[in-house]
Design a protein around this ligand. Structure first.
Ligand code: CP
Length: 309
């Protein structure tokens, strides 16, 4: 039996390097497959989605992914239009969604929400963002993008800049990178450094340095992963205003980087990458968003087929 069959995706920490490489190989297979053959992979399967927080890419890439493998989707993208407004609990909503779907995708503001949902649902649950904790399918997409664009992950120097305290994509990416031999540089304002409760876990598998200065050793980086300051997660708006606009990647910084370096961003972007970077050969964040559709299609194919595809 395929090892991903009917398994939840809650944390990237549950995946070994070997498993990640299997997912990347399945994604490559999806990319190369004839569209008609691809539509057989999840034919007739229903993906249910439940988004308690806003999303553009994650929800739409899951919808697009399931359609591309022959399935369909239903769900709640605006929680205010659901019976949550009448007081229905997350537990009951998950129970109902798991009756109508073969697999459930959940985004919620609370840490632990996806693990909680997985305990209730009798269908597999995919964490599409749980509080400030994790966004594992984003990390799979990020690692796949690095591998496609740089032809390897081992040996790379990777800078991660921005909101390292509240950005859940950062935690999943760091846990995922822990499976590879990489040199990581974390760049953030002092107040947005990576959370101390996660440092111990990350340090077990990954070497990293911390800095507030984006220009320090910028010329050595192969990958610059830029993140948004997560305004909505600050308990105090004054604190947000102090760090707003701390880093803006523009042509001036790009000129200091290696010619073949790549710039990634999970998106949405606010002002941390100038639009004039978009047309450069280094900007790979829109390709990254596109790879998200294919990595998610591969995951659905693996989770919903006993013998894989
Ligand atoms: N990267 C990401 O999670 O984007 P959305 O919030 O638009 O889903």
């Amino acid at each position: 039996m395929n090892e991903f069959y009917q398994k939840d995706i809650i944390s990237i920490r549950d995946y070994s390097r070997e498993q990640l490489e299997k997912i990347f190989a399945s994604t490559d297979k999806i990319l190369q497959q004839d569209p008609a053959d691809r539509r057989e992979i999840c034919k007739g399967k229903t993906l249910g989605y439940l988004f308690y927080e806003p999303s553009t890419r994650t929800r739409l890439s899951f919808e697009s992914a399931v359609a591309s493998v022959g399935g369909n989707s239903l769900g709640i993208s605006d929680i205010t239009s659901s019976s949550h407004q009448k007081g229905e609990s997350l537990a009951d909503t998950v129970r109902i969604m798991s009756i109508y779907s073969d697999i459930l995708v959940l985004r919620h503001a609370l840490d632990g929400s996806s693990r909680f949902a997985a305990e209730i649902s009798d269908k597999p649950v995919i964490n599409a963002g749980s509080g400030t904790e994790e966004h594992p399918t984003q990390a799979i997409q990020d690692l796949f993008t690095i591998k496609k664009e740089k032809k390897k992950i081992d040996g790379l120097k990777i800078g991660i800049v921005g909101d390292l305290k509240y950005g859940r994509t950062v935690y999943s990416l760091l846990y995922g990178l822990g499976n590879y031999d990489v040199d990581v540089r974390l760049i953030s304002p002092e107040s947005l450094r990576i959370r101390s409760d996660s440092v111990y876990e990350i340090k077990k598998k990954l070497d990293f340095t911390e800095s507030t200065n984006i220009e320090e050793d910028l010329d050595e980086l192969d990958v610059l992963y830029v993140t948004r300051i997560q305004k909505e997660r600050f308990p105090d708006e004054e604190e947000y205003l102090k760090v707003k606009g701390s880093y803006v990647v523009g042509q001036d910084l790009l000129k200091k980087m290696k010619d073949d370096s790549i710039i990634l961003h999970p998106l949405p972007r606010i002002d941390e990458i100038s639009p004039d970077v978009d047309k450069t050969k280094n900007a790979k964040y829109f390709e990254q968003a596109e790879y998200g559709k294919y990595t998610r299609a591969a995951l659905l194919g693996l989770i919903l087929n006993e013998n894989g595809f």
